[in-house]
Write a protein that binds this ligand. Sequence first.
Ligand code: ATP
Ligand code: MG
Length: 444
Amino acid sequence: MSTTSKAAKQNRKSPRGKLQAVRGMHDILFDETHLWRAAEAILVQGLQSYGYQEIRLPSVEKTELFKRSIGEVTDIVEKEMYTFEDKSGESLTLRPEGTAGCVRALIEHGLLRGQNLRLWYLGPMFRHERPQKGRYRQFHQLGVEALGHSGPDVDAELILLNWRWFKRLGLENKVELQLNCLGTLAERRIYREALVAYFRAHEHALDEDSRRRLTANPLRILDSKHPDMQALIEGAPRLLDYLGEQSRAHFRGLTALLEAASVPYVLNPRLVRGLDYYCLTVFEWVTTELGAQGTVCAGGRYDTLVEQLGGPATPAVGFALGMERLLALLADSPLADAVETPQIYLIRVGAEAERAGLILSERLRDRFPDLRLTVHCGGGSFKSQFKKADKSGALYALILGEEEVGATGGSPLRVGIKPLRTLAEQSTVSQEQLFDFIQQRFFS
Ligand code: ATP
Ligand code: MG
């Protein structure tokens, strides 16, 4: 798109000044989308190889859904949601995450009765946070949910899928898997008392947020990033010591499977996750390469959520991969080089050549559906068209002029081929020779 024309300039300006995107919401421009699609193709291939199916969900849900699932005393619901009243006075929210909407949809369509489901979705999420590197107000998550399985084998499957992705993407040395077990609600209640007693004894040392959480959501204190709190948190009782035998067995089952499959992990007893619905397994894939926004992918088990939202009791586990953070990790990967420039740029000068060029280009696309071919539009001299061909990044220019199309009529079509990235000479060939050349050069 031309941004230099008068009209474009006028369009971009409102009477009050320059029109800009909403803070924290970004355009993904055409020099980035190829990397997004290359990464997405690898991610989707991985999902398919484990039998996961795609589900597409609305970006807006009733506010109540998020309050009832994520929890009232969480960062997301307390301060990060984009909530508004629509014209009929109903409170709606731009989805801050995907699990709640996914579970809502499955209950609504009656898909959870005794079924095992393996699902994924990819799309924008919205959170009103302070924008910074790796933290945006509109960002993208690839979410995966496995429903109907209660054992640790499916927890291991999700982690193996993650590990396979990271290896395929060449990131296995850049991420670390951290694991914890949150136990059951009953176990967390007992632990919570011990934790509150501990923090009460040190109340003077708590920051403001943590003091508020002491009554509302004390486990979240463990998640505090406040530097002054770290020593205190280090000394707090550990949830792992409060787990019952069943929870321990689940966790042991998971770690044994990960060890059998040679997936490296570290235990992080302070990993609690920011959403209320998690139980038993929680995990995060963390990197040190993205500064403070180090969690690339995070998830866990949520065995009570479906029932809590009015569905049949259904064990479930899932995770969300933060696409912007993944893409940032891939910035210097070979995947980033696979730019989608045209392979061929067709130059055509004169009315006859324009007509013949149109027909030739359509024939080429019939024969080579994967050929990236740009046809020059808008006329102009050979010189100006060559300039455009060069700028396009194409490897070859095809040339059609009066000489090649035989303006005097009768003679068969000939085409000039000029290599644009080497010093090799231009040659002139028949249409059949051109087809052979393209076949050999790009498709054999
Ligand atoms: P954080 O601790 O970084 O705020 P979170 O616990 O809020 O993360 P989740 O709700 O678990 O994050 O979301 C899963 C993943 O989605 C995160 O690990 C991250 O990669 C990505 N993510 C979350 N919030 C944002 C955001 N505001 N901008 C970009 N990516 C995000
Ligand atoms: Mg957050």
